[in-house]
Design a protein around this ligand. Structure first.
Ligand code: NAP
Length: 236
């Protein structure tokens, strides 16, 4: 049976992926919420690992004894917005960077050597990378860095297939907190199907829903001076 490790497996997209893959894979599910992990273990037979992805020592000890893996999905992440850029919250910026970006470096250090030749690495970024969006100074910057990192690894790793995921809005506890319209929002089940299908095809990039992401991609091709008035209107 193929072995899949998923971070952020206790909620939203990661929880959906853990349930889906556990049907025919051995899943190693990571997160902080030990109650959900225990339940996943009982009901879906996953191997549970409870730790904080910002703690490099905890990552080292939790991943030290892992058997070789076929697929690693680095999905753990959080979103906090910069509401007032004039009073820039440096601590918020640091928190978002730690959870979304720095943690990935810790995971890669310990997990890349565990991925079998011919195996796969999947990193969950965001469609926010296509355009600079107001309030996303921290979140968007962390995800833009993740996309850069993933694309570089796609070019430099020879024995491992690398996939970056750019989801649009997905109905999860992360987006439940949003107080603005979320066009083309999809369910966790739809997101999981897109990711599973894309990984099966070993795509370098998975993005969905395409009716939303293609518009963002197109707008992202415009000169910044054309996007700027739209961004200013969204910000005001
Ligand atoms: N939902 C969307 O619309 C959307 C769009 C684009 C990209 N994404 C990305 O998709 C990924 C999953 O998002 P989601 O919407 O499914 O969010 P979610 O429901 O809030 O789940 C986030 C997951 O990350 C884990 N996590 C967060 N901080 C952690 C930490 N310090 N240590 C260990 N685990 C941590 C959480 O586990 P614990 O609670 O157990 O710690 C949870 O399992 C994120 O990277 C997010 O940026 C989401």
């Amino acid at each position: 049976m193929k072995r899949v490790l998923i971070t952020g497996a206790t909620s939203g997209i990661g929880l959906g992926l853990a349930k889906r893959y556990s049907a025919n894979h051995q899943v190693i599910a990571c997160g902080r919420n030990s109650e959900v992990l225990q339940q996943l273990s009982k009901e879906h037979g996953v191997v549970a690992k409870a730790f904080d992805v910002t703690d490099s020592d905890a990552i080292a000890s939790n991943f030290a004894e892992l058997q070789p893996l076929d697929l690693v999905i680095l999905n753990a992440g959080g979103c906090e917005y910069i509401d007032n850029p004039n009073q820039f919250d440096g601590k918020l910026f640091e928190r978002v960077m730690q959870v979304n970006l720095i943690s990935i470096g810790y995971c890669l250090e310990h997990l890349l050597p565990k991925i079998k030749p011919g195996g796969q690495l999947c990193i969950v970024s965001s469609s926010s990378v296509y355009l600079p969006l107001p309030r996303a100074e921290a979140y968007g910057a962390s995800k833009a860095a993740i996309t850069y990192l993933a694309r570089t690894l796609t070019a430099t790793l020879n024995d491992i297939g690398v996939t970056v995921v750019h989801p649009g809005f997905v109905e999860t506890p992360l987006t439940d907190k949003n107080d603005f319209p979320m066009p083309c929002i999809v369910s966790v089940e739809q997101a999981v199907s897109e990711i599973e299908k894309g990984l099966e095809k070993r795509k370098a990039e998975i993005h969905f829903p395409r009716r939303f992401t293609y518009i963002l991609k197109l707008l992202g091709l415009l000169p910044f001076s054309m996007w700027l008035p739209i961004a200013k209107r969204i910000a005001s």
